[in-house]
Design a protein around this ligand. Structure first.
Ligand code: AMP
Ligand code: MG
Length: 446
């Protein structure tokens, strides 16, 4: 049994003609498998990669008790609740240059942020809180009563991370903060999964590549660029195969080329019902593919499966037939609809989580925010709708959202004007002004 049929058999009431958005995510989670190869990745190249091993702290961070402020270190035991404290400055501790002397009762040490706390001292008074007096060579500070408690403005050794404690976990996406944390542990490289290779091409005889002269009925290929952007933000290596004409030989060559190089293939166009083209036929011929009708808007049709390199190898003639990389399972296929907004929405809703899983990332659905709708929205229960929205802060501090222009599934402008998608769930009906809706933000994602 092929992978599609095997998964279908596990699912209750699977109907390719009546998929729900959740059903699609569930199916894809069963279809895809994470990459297996790891690489030692230098920190500057690791942003957006996925950790393939836990990172354990080799030492305490910070390695010593140190000061959180520029000020004066002293012994907190000397503080009295009802009287100001007067201390003589015995020396200076600089960041990177510890003060080696010993401190007598009644003394303090001038200290800079990050400097190691002198032995026996446990509290820092920020410099702006003290009165400083100088008599000849002798400096004295006065700390007002009731201002501080023992331990204030001191960072404890190991406070960030104790030695041997996992600092970062396998499956975590490497963000700027995580790169910084790895660097703070002295690590020059991290063990990551290799980046995912994703091939993309647009289909359709009416699709023009940039540089081609306009002609009647033809449109420029925008999907190539949105998909490129979406994949790049995800940290995938994009294999760009451009526009492929609706001819069997060209389509076969494109799928073959894609399956040979890539872990996943994304196409746009040619999967709608009644589509008079060869794309679907070629997907069927070269792979195990399901053609779905999804209860959602935009983005109803979608093809999903695997383009098997074994089938390709059997069908391929001559050189290169043995060099297919996805020998056993083939490349995962995401055949997206052609409409530019449908492409982005299906990518965000379905392809992105599936690719993250393939990248070895621990699943973490995009958080949905709650915002008050500034307008009434018509919505039929029984399908999931994604509307393009602009989220802003209302005068009372809560979040509010309104749609951006025409919601036609080909209208890219309203997508370009949006900062998030309003998610109207399967069972939801009409939305009244002021109702709370879920919003998926683009920021940092798209
Ligand atoms: P299809 O899914 O092939 O029926 O395409 C639906 C609509 O999306 C048609 O109006 C196409 O012209 C348009 N379309 C398909 N592919 C692209 C593309 N790569 N760039 C821009 N528009 C496209
Ligand atoms: Mg078409």
């Amino acid at each position: 049994m092929n992978a599609i049929d095997a998964i279908a058999a596990q699912l209750q009431g699977y109907d390719p003609q009546a998929m729900t958005a959740d059903g699609v995510r569930d199916f894809l989670a069963r279809l895809v498998t994470p990459v297996q190869d790891t690489i030692e990745t230098p920190l500057f190249e690791a942003l957006g990669r996925v950790l393939a091993a836990d990172v354990v702290s080799p030492f305490d961070v910070p390695p010593h008790d140190n000061s959180a402020m520029d000020g004066f270190a002293f012994s907190g035991a000397e503080l009295a609740s009802d009287a100001a404290l007067e201390l003589q400055v015995a020396g200076t501790a600089l960041a990177g240059k510890a003060w080696q002397g010993s401190v007598q009762p009644g003394q303090c040490v001038k200290i800079m942020t990050g400097a190691i706390m002198p032995a026996g001292l446990d509290t820092v008074v920020p410099q702006e809180f003290v009165q400083l007096r100088r008599t000849g060579e002798v400096e004295t500070i006065t700390i007002p009563a009731g201002l501080l408690r023992l331990g204030d403005n001191r960072r404890l050794r190991g406070e960030d991370l104790a030695q041997g404690q996992p600092a970062l976990q396998k499956g975590e996406l490497l963000t700027p903060a995580r790169l910084g944390l790895a660097a703070s542990l002295g690590l020059k490289t991290l063990t990551t999964w290799r980046p995912l290779r994703v091939a993309y091409f647009s289909t359709g005889d009416e699709i023009l590549s940039l540089g081609e002269a306009p002609r009647e009925g033809a449109v420029y290929d925008s999907n190539r660029y949105t998909v490129f952007g979406l994949l790049s933000r995800l940290g995938c290596q994009v294999i760009d195969l451009g526009v492929v004409r609706d001819e069997p030989a060209l389509l076969e060559a494109a799928f073959t080329d894609a399956a040979r190089q890539a872990d996943a293939i994304i196409t746009s166009g040619g999967v709608s019902v009644g589509e008079a083209d060869y794309t679907k036929a070629m997907m069927k011929k070269l792979g195990d593919v399901a053609f779905w009708r999804i209860a959602m808007r935009p983005g109803r049709p979608m093809a999903v499966g695997r383009i098997s390199s074994l089938k390709l190898a059997a069908g391929a003639s001559g050189a290169g037939a043995e060099s297919y990389q996805n020998e056993s399972k083939g490349a995962v296929l995401f055949g997206l609809p052609g409409n530019p907004v449908a492409v982005m929405v299906t990518f965000l809703a379905f392809v992105r989580p599936a690719l993250l899983q393939m990248m070895g990332a621990t699943p973490a659905p995009l958080p949905l925010l709650k915002a008050h709708s500034r307008e009434a929205l018509r919505k039929k229960p029984g399908r999931t709708e994604y509307q393009r929205g602009w989220v802003s802060t209302a005068p009372d501090g809560s979040l509010q959202v309104k749609t951006t222009g025409s919601q036609g599934s080909g209208v890219l402008r309203s997508m370009a004007e949006a900062n998030g998608l309003i998610v109207l769930h399967h069972h939801q009906g009409n939305i009244a002004v002021g109702d709370e809706v879920d919003v998926m933000m683009f920021d940092g994602v798209v």
